[in-house]
Design a protein around this ligand. Sequence first.
Ligand code: ATP
Ligand code: MG
Length: 575
Amino acid sequence: MLFTGEGFMEPRASNLTDNFIQEIIDKDKKSNKYHGRIHLRFPPEPNGYLHIGHAKSIYLNFGIAAHNNGLCNLRFDDTNPSMEDTEYIESIIRDVKWLGYDWEDRLFYASDYFEAMYDYALQIIRAGKAYVCDLNPEEIRKFRGNFNKPGIESPFRNRTIEENLVLFTKMRNGDFPDGSRVLRAKIDMSSPNLNMRDPVLYRILRATHHRTGNKWCIYPMYDYAHPLEDYYEKITHSVCTLEFEDHRPLYDWVLNVLNLPEPPQQIEFARLNLNNTIMSKRKLRKLVEGDYVSGWDDPRFPTLSGLRRRGYTPEVIRNFCEQISISKSNSVVDIRFLEHCIREDLNLQSPRVMAVLRPLKVVLVNYPENQVEEMDAENNPENPNAGKHKISFTRNIYIEREDFCENPPKKYFRLSPGREVRLKNAYIIKCEDFIRDEKTGEVIAVHCTYDPESKSGRPGAERRVKGTLHWVSAEHALKAEVRLYDYLMLEKNEETVISEEGEDFIRQLNPNSVEILKNCLIEPALSTASIGSRYQFLRKGYFCLDIDSTKDKLIFNRIVSLRDSWAKILKANNK
Ligand code: ATP
Ligand code: MG
């Protein structure tokens, strides 16, 4: 685990063109390995939706290919029918496109190679390098030994080639029950690398495959299938995550035993980990199937569909991937850095509007009833070309409940008895009185006077007061629902969560990861918002119109709050 600075990884400048994978490619180009061809692939298994970790892999594979005038395929590694589904295929295609990548006509399925893989297995048997083994899975595990103990050879290891050919053909023909036999590579039961102790190449499994249906009842194992998939597609550099490092000798063994020309080479990099986040597809799936979240696109999810619904753009995710390092040692990226990336984007892009999330009524007792003034509001102070829009100002308005305090603590510069504040884009008001609910004692309205000389933009407006509040007109505001999100997981570090045995990660779910506010009031300008459009609600954060919205019921997701704790960390580190 690599932690730097305050315990969090520093972002770094562009790394797509300057990393250890590129160094390998440069060397290969120089030596004319693969005749100068550079061909990569992104090979998801369609057993869940893509998450931001996959985005790093997509960014890297497609990015490095493009940088080297090479190609990158999209390939579904669909060799495990019991977990896979076309819903996942469709979502993966949508998400890779959304991220901005193009595989042209190179969309492949591992299942298209099943027949050829089978023929190669026969070839390996004929070479005396694979055998059918009748041990059950439990026995195979026991015979394998461990780091301290060499394995024991299977009693079926020395079957004749002829017998193996007959048995393997029968396996394919469905003559044996599931799990009763496997095809194993004949390598070395005393290898220090457990993956080389006669690994299983094929198993018997009666499951309907989403593409090949019931044609097959034997399926290749990942370690056997993957190098062959890469070989068929003429991949040169097969980039994957570090957990496959110990599998590389087996990857090479398969290509070598078949004597295949120009074999691809496997290169491993460190996967992306984010704190307060779960990123294993298996675990995300548990949360979806157990109704812990609203679906794969739940805005709290690190899936690309969740991030999209939350208000993230492909540019922001690519920019994030650009800045996290490509390395060979595992690390955890602070999720606040991801938030920093979206905040920078939103700050430049999003129109400013006013929305009151927890409304408290304010009556301006000296403001004429029925009068409406149109106030100018800047759309984006960061962008002078963004223009202005009008906001109606009236006698009855709403402010944020937390912006009034009967007995203010020190340094409370908002509204309190006898004090003045400015209403953004409008007037200075002074609190004269307030009304309580007789039963509950809760403050239900505040009475204020406004200073007619203090209108924003006028000479009298130069008079300064400490606090500026956002507000909406009671007569004009629209009702909306707002969903405030917090981190999905309590744990700071995914590694600790993952190391928990069993389904304990469920206990690490943040019980307060969403708060739904149903009675928010927003500027009428938002009535024309389209799904996915993003705004800054002044003082409250960045929000995006959720897909659940209807014309009569607007629902906003908070993308991120305004406070940038990452910027603070950087500043503290630079001191
Ligand atoms: P998960 O553990 O989330 O289920 P996976 O590795 O099983 O992920 P695959 O569909 O096999 O998922 O992944 C496709 C590609 O994406 C692989 O090359 C894998 O190495 C890469 N990948 C998966 N997770 C990450 C991650 N967190 N960071 C970077 N790359 C990743
Ligand atoms: Mg996998």
